[in-house]
Design a protein around this ligand. Structure first.
Ligand code: HPA
Ligand code: ZN
Length: 326
């Protein structure tokens, strides 16, 4: 229909998508077969039926389990390329993807396997689809900062091919303040910095991400709205929020899409963007997130153009690329 076509044609960037979260049940079974791994599910329907979550941790438990079928560079290449095809069909021009190396190194994969496979999938997307892509390494915050420092060290040979670092996994009880050393080290190596904050954690975690980790974007940020001073600061500083409406719905951050704060964020002047987070688990890719949320909260064309512009301006373009204008 007209709304879907309008949104599809808007040039836009996806800035918050965990590539392990784009593993569709069909590919999970294909990779399990290819790698001779037994799955604890009889078929894809049973996998999908297990995707019912009441909070972030419910999802994370099953997401880390699903990632176990990823074993070879080819697996990571195929995973990334399948996502990029969906994103390109949705009208994305730029995709900055997250990956969680510790999920893979902790089960014995060499560090290079995931990153080489993903970089190869990104190269294929650039030539095949004309997409601009970037890679962000996320540290798991439920693990100690020393493990994050070891991960940054293991990434040393690939730093020139990384856009930046992020912070994800279980938020409550794992504040940004625990990761100051590794974020400082990443900044000194020329990497951009982002962190999940205010998804389930309190507004104070959003302030910590800005003040202590010096982040260039906030992933989610929803709970910042509970603090008027913090909200005013985010507006004043033009901080980009990578909001994920279907994720918020599936993890019960909002009771329905109709009451999602995206429109309020735009009305307040926050630089919000729309993203899919973990599309295979939350029931929608980039365009699904845009269209369903636009319908549910009643976004006008000008809101949609603003969201697309925010995503292009919030992307970490290199100087050579430069940000396209909308
Ligand atoms: N939040 C925290 N960690 C994650 C998420 C998320 O939405 N997706 C994948 N890892
Ligand atoms: Zn996320």
């Amino acid at each position: 229909d007209a709304l879907t076509d309008f949104i599809r044609r808007l040039p836009k960037a996806e800035l918050h998508m965990h590539v392990e979260g784009s593993l569709e049940p069909e590919m999970m079974f294909d990779l399990a077969r290819r790698n001779r791994i037994a799955l604890p599910f009889p078929n894809v329907e049973a996998v999908r039926a297990a995707y019912s979550f009441s909070r972030l941790q419910d999802f994370l438990d099953i997401y880390y389990q699903g990632a176990a079928v990823l074993r070879t560079e080819e697996d990571f290449h195929d995973l990334a390329l399948a996502y990029f095809r969906r994103a390109a069909a949705d009208g994305a021009v730029r995709c900055e993807i997250f990956f969680d190396p510790q999920t893979h190194t902790d089960r014995g994969l060499p560090f290079g396997v995931a990153i080489e496979g993903l970089l190869s999938g990104m190269a294929a997307a650039e030539t095949e689809l004309g997409l601009s892509t970037g890679l962000i390494l996320c540290f798991l915050r439920h693990l100690p900062e020393d493990a994050a420092l070891d991960t940054l060290k293991a990434a040393e040979p690939w730093l020139d091919r990384l856009l930046g670092v992020g912070l994800d996994s279980s938020e409550a009880g794992f504040p940004p303040s625990g990761f100051q050393k590794v974020f400082k080290a990443a900044g000194e190596r020329g990497l951009k910095r982002v962190a999940h904050a205010g998804e389930e954690g309190p507004p104070a975690y959003v302030a910590e991400a800005l003040d202590l980790l010096k982040v260039d974007r906030i992933d989610h940020g929803n709970r910042a709205l509970e603090d008027d001073d913090l909200t005013a600061r985010l507006v004043r500083e033009g901080q980009v929020l990578t909001v994920c409406p279907l994720s918020n719905l599936k993890l019960c951050g909002v009771p329905s899409l109709e009451v999602h704060p995206l429109k309020r964020m735009l009305q307040l002047g926050l630089k919000a963007t729309v993203n899919s987070d973990d599309p295979a688990y939350f029931g929608g890719y980039l365009l699904d997130n845009w269209v369903q949320t636009a319908r549910a909260v009643g976004l006008e064309r000008e809101h949609l153009v603003t969201l697309a512009r925010n995503s292009l301006e919030g992307a970490f373009w290199t100087e050579a690329e430069g940000a396209p204008h909308l």
